[in-house]
Design a protein around this ligand. Structure first.
Ligand code: ADP
Length: 555
């Protein structure tokens, strides 16, 4: 189908034409009609050729059309071309009065120059006067010729025709004023848009400069994963991490490994994928690239929403934390080595004291008491060293399998019973049996023991410790709640950090090293689960462990 040119397109095309062509085109319709009338005159109304006015009218139109081409309009005033429609009125007057009464209808041709004059938008008042006076003068001679035998119809025609032409002129004038107004508005809007576009380009440049100045990789993607924006740092990483042949946005996602540095992350666990799925996360540690250039990267993501709250993409930030991770690993290795070295002499001390105390009959009472103190503290030291070793070692391995959690809860309550009785704490379990989860029974038992023992330890005035559990199809949630001393919420947020001890515990002089919860957290994370703490000073604490029901790939 052929495309129809729009009125605006035609107007633009017309404006691009030269002045002469424009004037000639405006004159063309009238000239064509007059030419046809002129050509058929010898055949249809031969008598008209003897009318000087008629012939002069024809000749004037030919002259005017030629003048349209020959006049150097560019050099004249912009309204000079209006002389053509004004002279058209004269030509039509000559034609009409030369041809009357044979062709009185030729007067209607004035509509062409009148439209032209009105549409020009120039010399408005003169044109309005001309559009009424011109037709009046054209009609006048034939009416005067009937003097004094006018009929009412003659007078009506004499007045009505100029008035009609005036109305046509006014209507066109109003329409073109309206159009011009709209055009001006459009122009203003266009200018405003251009200004805004310029400003937004400036802002974009500023934003990119800021983004490029940061040492973190930032990428924005739409919900299909198409890259909308990436800063320099991000591009450098994409190049470094891209396997041969991978596209720029695939790069960082192709060589993404889990925390063990070797297991490739399944696609739905990769940062970009998670972000595109609408997840919002922070401090998600992954390894990017292959050894020896492998980098530890902490990632964070925020979803992008439109005004209707629909997900349109995401912004993902990648920051290189290799140095920090390596420093932490070195620190852990040092702690692990030192605690390992402590273990043998401590074992030797404890073994020898055990031997001495087993055969302590000949020893004075006070020496036995002191040795018992040495034995207790050596054992505490050994416990601490064991915790440190476990905390620092990557040997905290887990062997998860389908495990009944209710059984673990029962065992844990059994072993904490004596401690609870000593502290006048009641132990309550509210756990459905069986309750299956994908867990290492040894490690989760250890985590549970730690939470229950803490709950009792930090309830110095007695109380109740409740272990409850709920399960969904995917997750098992195990809560250990106490009615003890609790801690300030800002402390509760830090309890999983190594060596952290809440002020409440320190003030109450309850002994501890601040390692148990850090180990518990590691155990849960290695299961692909999580642990959270909610507490308020004086109102007890609740620790909630979350464990997967099924094996999680990549965890
Ligand atoms: P530790 O108990 O040896 O100090 P943990 O890592 O087990 O080390 O606990 C860290 C800190 O968290 C504790 O020192 C204590 O301040 C706080 N805490 C842990 N469990 C509780 C609890 N049930 N109630 C109040 N505070 C607790």
């Amino acid at each position: 189908m052929a495309a129809h040119p729009s009125p605006r397109g035609v107007a633009l095309y017309f404006r691009k034409l030269g002045r002469r062509t424009q004037v000639a085109l405006c004159q063309l319709p009238l000239f064509l009609i007059v030419s046809i009338i002129g050509l058929v005159t010898p055949l249809t109304w031969p008598t008209l050729l003897s009318s000087p006015a008629y012939v002069a009218g024809l000749a004037l139109h030919v002259l005017l059309f030629v003048a349209c081409f020959l006049t150097p309009w560019e050099r004249l005033h912009s309204s000079a071309y209006l002389v053509i429609p004004v002279l058209d009125l004269l030509g039509i007057g000559l034609l009409r009065n030369g041809a009357a009464p044979l062709l009185p209808g030729l007067a209607i041709l004035v509509v062409f120059p009148i439209i032209w004059l009105a549409a020009s938008g120039m010399l408005v008042r003169t044109n309005l006067v001309l559009s009424a006076v011109g037709p009046f003068l054209i009609m006048l001679p034939s009416t005067v010729a009937k003097f004094p035998h006018f009929t009412a119809a003659d007078i009506t025609v004499l007045l009505l025709f100029p008035l009609t032409m005036l109305a046509v002129s006014l209507a066109i004038r109003f329409a073109s004023v309206n159009m011009r107004g709209q055009q001006r508005e459009l122009q203003e809007m266009g200018e405003e848009l251009r200004k805004l576009l310029g400003e937004s380009r400036e802002r974009e440049k500023l934003l990119m400069t800021i983004l490029d100045a940061t040492d973190v990789g930032i990428v924005a993607v739409d919900s299909n994963g198409n890259q909308l924006l990436a800063n320099n740092m991000m591009r450098r990483w994409q190049q470094a991490a891209a396997p041969a042949g991978a596209g720029p946005s695939e790069g960082t996602e192709q060589h993404v490994f889990a925390q063990d540095k070797i297991t490739p992350l399944p696609p739905d666990k990769r940062p970009l994928r998670r972000a595109m799925d609408g997840e919002s996360f922070a401090d998600y540690l992954v390894w990017i690239g292959e050894a020896p250039d492998q980098r530890a990267v902490s990632t964070a993501a925020r979803p992008l929403m439109d005004d209707g709250g629909r997900l349109t993409g995401a912004v993902v930030v990648f920051s290189d934390v290799t140095g920090l991770v390596e420093a932490m690993a070195a620190n852990q290795e040092l702690v692990s080595n030192v605690s390992h070295e402590f273990r043998s002499p401590l074992n030797s001390i404890i073994g020898n004291i055990d031997l001495v105390l087993e055969d302590s009959d000949g020893l004075p009472e006070s020496t036995v008491r002191r040795l018992a103190v040495v034995q207790r503290n050596s054992e505490r030291l050994l416990d601490l060293v064991s915790d440190l070793t476990l905390e620092a070692s990557s040997a905290l391995t887990i062997h998860p399998k389908r495990t009944d959690i209710s059984g673990l809860v029962e065992t844990s309550i059994g072993s904490a019973q004596a401690q609870a009785e000593r502290s006048a704490v009641a132990l309550v379990a509210d756990v459905p049996s069986p309750l299956w989860a994908y867990a290492d029974p040894l490690r989760i038992g250890q985590a549970l023991d730690n939470l229950v023992s803490n709950a009792i330890k930090y309830s110095p005035d007695g109380g109740t410790v409740t272990i409850s559990a709920t399960g969904t199809r995917k997750w098992v949630r195990l809560a250990v709640q106490d009615t003890g001393m609790g801690m300030a919420p800002e402390d509760a947020a830090k309890v999983f950090s190594r060596f952290f001890r809440a002020e409440s515990a320190r003030e109450a002089a309850i002994p501890g090293a601040g390692l148990g919860l850090s180990i518990t957290k590691t155990i849960l994370e290695r299961h692909g689960g999580a642990i959270a703490c909610a507490s308020a000073l004086g109102s007890g604490s609740t620790f909630t462990m979350t464990l997967p029901v099924e094996s999680i790939p990549g965890s």
